[in-house]
Write a new protein. Structure first.
Length: 213
């Protein structure tokens, strides 16, 4: 089988490492930006009112159409693929983070006010634990989108990575090898999704949604 033959070569693993690096890097950037913006908007309603329409508008623009621009701006290296991956993964994290931080129980806020907790204590001891299950649910979607973004970038302007390898086999009409790359892509995406799912269950084991499972 083509898959067995390819797995035994270093070329496949080198291209896999490139794609995983792009996807994970874009995913981490999206998580940082999404959680930060979500928290700020939840705490500053005028900022949410002013900025959210623009964020939603940018999200409505097909990222496939923007991908060539990202490659022109950031080059044909890893940077452009990371930006594309982050752009696709951002919105699920941002949307979940915004709603999660806005949904902190008012009674819990009152308790922290009575106890005279400072803003840092409220953030680490109330906001983060309350919002974490919802945010992590968004990251499960985001990591899949980050993987798709990295592959799309490689399709359009890559010279390495699994997306590039798939295009190379397609141009050579090497159908068995192409299907082998597709299988590897699916397995890598499944591994990343499973890892995020395990992190979600670990860090939100106390949540009612996990208790019912």
């Amino acid at each position: 089988m083509a898959l067995i033959d390819m797995v035994q070569t270093r070329e496949l693993w080198d291209h896999t490492l490139v794609t995983v690096t792009e996807a994970v890097s874009g995913f981490l950037i999206a998580v940082f930006l999404g959680v930060t913006l979500g928290f700020v908007m939840a705490r500053v309603p005028p900022f949410e009112w002013a900025a959210k329409p623009f964020i939603v508008l940018l999200q409505l623009i097909p990222k496939i159409a923007l991908a060539p621009l990202f490659i022109l701006w950031f080059g044909f290296g890893l940077e452009s693929k990371i930006v594309i991956a982050a752009a696709l993964a951002f919105f699920p994290v941002f949307s979940n983070a915004l709603q999660a931080f806005k949904s902190v129980e008012p009674g819990d806020k009152d308790v922290f006010t009575i106890l005279q907790a400072n803003p840092l204590q409220r953030f680490y001891m109330l906001d983060v634990p309350s919002a974490l299950p919802v945010i992590l649910t968004g990251t499960e979607v985001a990591v899949v989108l980050a993987m798709i973004g990295a592959i799309v970038g490689e399709f359009i302007g890559g010279n390495e990575g699994l997306g590039y390898l798939a295009v190379a086999h397609l141009q050579n009409l090497a159908v068995p090898e192409l299907f082998a790359v597709i299988v590897v892509l699916a397995m890598v995406g499944l591994v990343l999704y499973t890892l995020i799912g395990r992190l979600r269950r670990h860090f939100s084991a106390w949540h009612v949604s996990e208790a019912r499972m």
